[in-house]
Design a protein around this ligand. Sequence first.
Ligand code: ST9
Ligand code: ZN
Ligand code: ZN
Length: 333
Amino acid sequence: MTATETRNPNKQQNRDAVVAETSTRDDVFDDSYKAKEGPKPRMRLVWRNIILMFLLHAGALYGLMLLPSASALTLAWTVVCFLFSALGITAGAHRLWSHKSYKASTPLRVFLALANSMAFQNDIYEWARDHRVHHKYSETDADPHNALRGFFFAHIGWLLVRKHPDVIEKGKKLELTDLKADKVVMFQRKYYKLSVVLLCFLVPMWVPWYLWGESLWVGYFIPGLMRYTLVLNATWLVNSAAHMWGNRPYDHNINPSENRFVAFSAIGEGFHNYHHTFPFDYATSEFGIKMNVTTAFIDLMCFLGLAKDCKRVSRDLVSARAQRTGDGSHKTG
Ligand code: ST9
Ligand code: ZN
Ligand code: ZN
């Protein structure tokens, strides 16, 4: 029996290629990690980040209070900006660049890189590097947002302190040549700050002002700051809530869980027990497009000829794994 299948005509050939590839991946859990003996390194606060995150969340709350004064078009634009920036993380930094779970044409990669800059969550290279080390050394000191350090640390705290030295030590050993060879990724990294100013703040504010006469103030606080903060928190919930609460139908030995609330708010990324068990599956879930806008988007891109070679775990393998290591909550059929 083969481990995975891909959606294209040359099935057997692709299956073999996928199996060979997944056996040498750097996003698969590695249980060889041993914590260093002796006292833990001191936690070093980064006050610049603490102050900026506080101001950002205060601005987002103010944006929330401004909602009644925004026009319907501005609210619709906020939803568009939310979805666009969310896809830059889910379909882009996560499923494409961190996990290589499908292939994307250059126009699609450019689209996803622009969307990723609108999400302002570090450039794609840094995001994917941190994410691979998260999968490989999940719930250890080498995991950037180690959920064993509590909800707050996994959610936002990890961005407010210097990284544990093990994150950097283990991260330096990762295989990142695919990212370095991707011109779109490197271009985005080079012009990251400029692209964030334009796409995360100026474009969301400017479009409603220019096209339908919304005030720049409302444009800045609602589709700008409030939308940015919502996407951040939806993403962080995957690291916090989905590493703590929910069923573990595929592997009860790990903390990542199936969390429907997170799946909804993170446009399909809350099926986290499945995702950590089969990180190379492009759908990040057994259930295809169900509660999974990101998978529907990738399917649409395949239909339009802009994406291909979506990796999928076979139903047989999923069932066998659930029977062997699941918590018993797996539903067949
Ligand atoms: C943000 C990121 O929010 C969110 C990521 C979430 C991930 C979620 C995953 C869940 C699954 C997907 C679900 C998606 C759902 C989406 C839903 C959407 C609706 N390996 O970092 P530095 C080296 S960002 C190898 O400064 P410090 C490297 O040489 C928010 N090497 O460490 C590096 O230099 P460079 C906005 C590594 O000093 C150097 O060390 N941004 C690694 O300890 C220094 O690195 C912020 O808030 C590694 N892994 O500082 C700012 N790491 O990069 C956040 C480091 O030049 N960041 N090195 O190569 C910071 O300010 C700092 O990183 C710090 C740590 C203070 C946190
Ligand atoms: Zn992942
Ligand atoms: Zn995780």
